[in-house]
Design a protein around this ligand. Structure first.
Ligand code: UDP
Ligand code: MG
Length: 346
């Protein structure tokens, strides 16, 4: 009906507008949560004021990645405290940080989506800077940690992986490990169309960005709890990054194979000639052993690497759901009217 607003009282018309604003936030903040009960209160205490201060309609989407502590309970409480801007996606199991973020992406409604970690290593106060940069016309704003606050071995290992990735993929990221990033709607829509089982979100999103850029941000020590990444899961994640975005490792082994075949062919000819000129050679057997073991190591690494790709292909072709959403705690549009009305009156 064209004249519907005129039939409504001013108050309820205002509520309608307010409700509409609530339904269509401009910014969606996605935060994966896995066993973070110790630090959530601190996160809320800094995140909400930082977002409120921006004065832009926003929503925070917490994705509980199958936490075994009381994180889900604390998130539900927070949803009750700020239902207008809070949504909670509860996953059935622990699918990993990147799958949790993907689950969050599917729920986003904002024009700009921000991702950050729950442990306050990414200061929420930086969100304003990311948005300011997005508004300059970029559709992907990555971030570089001014000074990384992690253990020394993590920092060095990650630097090494960063430069390897730089060489073997076409993705330009100064600091791949940092999750504090902003993505435009166009990028999120394309990421949501992907069905990758193993992925690395900053890299995946980068491949869809038309105009990416980076800014420098602060990094802090974990506010509470411990890192959820063991050495093993870090190795797995880096394999996801390398195998997901490059075939160079496979090609490297084919090339190595060619070079080694040529060299050993040459050696064979040399030994054959030597046998006719100087007689049979028996010394240097252990050197030969050492060389053999080295080659076997290289071979096993190559086979293992092929296995990494094959394993991922296997997971992908099975086509199982990547994650299972148990419930989403959110306000529906009729519920929105109630608190909105209360707020306008009070
Ligand atoms: N996380 C997750 N699922 C996991 C592991 C981690 O959702 O299986 C979340 C975790 O709660 C945090 C973020 O991913 O919000 C980054 O994890 P963490 O701080 O442990 O990683 P680090 O900073 O050590 O790289
Ligand atoms: Mg962390």
């Amino acid at each position: 009906m064209l004249n519907a607003p005129s039939l409504l009282s001013r108050q309820s018309f205002n509520n309608k507008i307010y409700a509409y604003a609530l339904m269509k936030p401009e910014i969606s903040v996605v935060i994966p949560i896995y066993n973070e009960e110790a630090g959530l209160a601190k996160l809320f205490a800094r995140l909400y004021p930082a977002l409120d201060a921006l004065d832009i309609p926003y929503e925070v989407i917490f994705v509980n990645d199958g936490s075994r502590d009381n994180s889900a309970g604390i998130l539900a409480e927070q949803f009750r405290a700020r239902p207008d801007v809070t949504r909670v996606v509860l996953l059935r199991g622990n699918y990993g940080q990147h799958m949790a973020i993907l689950a969050g992406f599917q729920a986003t409604r904002g024009e700009i989506t921000i991702t950050l970690d729950a442990d306050l290593q990414n200061p929420p106060e930086e969100i304003g800077n990311l948005i300011a940069k997005m508004r300059e016309g970029y559709d992907y704003v990555g971030s570089i940690r001014r000074e990384r606050r992690d253990t020394a071995w993590r920092t060095y290992a990650s630097r090494a992986m960063n430069s390897l990735r730089e060489k073997i993929t076409h993705i330009k990221m100064t600091d791949q490990g940092n999750m504090l990033r902003a993505y435009g709607r166009n990028v999120i829509d394309l990421v949501n169309q992907c069905n990758e089982v193993n992925t690395f979100i900053p890299a995946l999103a980068y491949t869809f960005a038309r105009k990416p850029t980076e800014i420098i941000v602060e990094h802090e020590e974990r506010a509470a709890g411990v890192s959820k990444y063991s050495l093993y899961s870090l190795i797995r994640l880096n394999f996801d990054l390398v195998t997901g975005f490059s075939l160079v490792p496979l090609q490297f082994f084919s090339l190595l194979g060619i070079i080694l075949s040529l060299l050993s062919g040459g050696l064979f000819v040399l030994l054959l000639l030597r046998r006719f000129v100087l007689g049979a050679e028996v010394e240097g057997v252990f050197t030969l052993f050492a060389f053999q073991f080295f080659l076997m190591g290289v071979l096993l690494l190559g086979v293992g690497l092929v296995g990494e790709y094959v394993g991922r292909i296997y997971q992908q072709v099975r086509g199982r759901p990547r994650f299972v959403v148990q419930t989403i705690l959110e306000q529906t549009s009729d519920q929105v009217m109630q608190p909105a009305a209360a707020r306008l009156k009070g």
